[in-house]
Ligand binder design. Sequence first.
Ligand SMILES: C[S@@+](CC[C@H](N)C(=O)[O-])C[C@H]1O[C@@H](n2cnc3c(N)ncnc32)[C@H](O)[C@@H]1O
Length: 260
Amino acid sequence: MRDHDAPDEAVRRWRETAALPDAVLIDGFHALKHTLRFGGEVREVLTTDRAALAALAGDLADDVARTVTAAAVEVPSRVLRELVARPHPTGVAALAIRPSADAVLAALRGTPRQAPVVVLDNPRNLGNIGAVVRLAAGFGATGVITTGDIDPWHPNVVRAGAGLHFATAVARLAVPELPDGPLYVLDPEGEDIRSVTVPDDALLAFGSERHGVSPELRARATRLLAIPMRPQVSSFNLATSVGMGLFHWMTHSPSAPAPA
Ligand SMILES: C[S@@+](CC[C@H](N)C(=O)[O-])C[C@H]1O[C@@H](n2cnc3c(N)ncnc32)[C@H](O)[C@@H]1O
């Protein structure tokens, strides 16, 4: 990341970086804060108000404030709107480079695993995927794997994940490519999760919003686990189910994050 001062040059570089296949839009201050905290490679930072950004960074993220303000180049709102479809209310946007596929796979396949990998089987909702990345980061999960056709690095997923893709390992894989490990599949038809300890090396898998767990994943399951629900409620939302599954793992695991 370089220290910029010329808006035209910064815009030219933005366009050049945005065209790279591994460029990721980091939308808003909180996403930028997390990207920097977790070692994301940030290339360009644009803001519509440098003084306001410096004040916000000083208030909310002292640890990265100096880096943010050194990198930010002020551009008119009109220019930011040309580059970013719907600029975040904090008036800051950045471009980062996503980690290499090899690095992500090494993290997901590394052994011994200290915390589960979350598997989302053909998820459809970008907001849900982002929320799950955020949960995985917060719970210290090893990573998030999605199957199916949606890129879990889609800009709307990164936006919903508040920049926390850089705090965990996020990849799309086919079911046969999943890392080794016991496969604990969450499904309302399973056994009561409260009677089961989820091991640290588990793959903790969840079905799609529309159709639930695919037959392919179900056939591979080590165990099927249900989160109890009141009768007549058919299912919980996908992301909330992941939150409950990870929380259940956390309550039994010495590897789970300790309170701050
Ligand atoms: C919105 S639900 C899927 C609903 C879908 N219509 C179905 O038929 O299963 C998405 C996923 O969340 C998880 N889930 C939701 N409620 C659950 C529960 N009570 N117990 C275990 N998993 C649950 C499952 O993995 C499920 O596939």
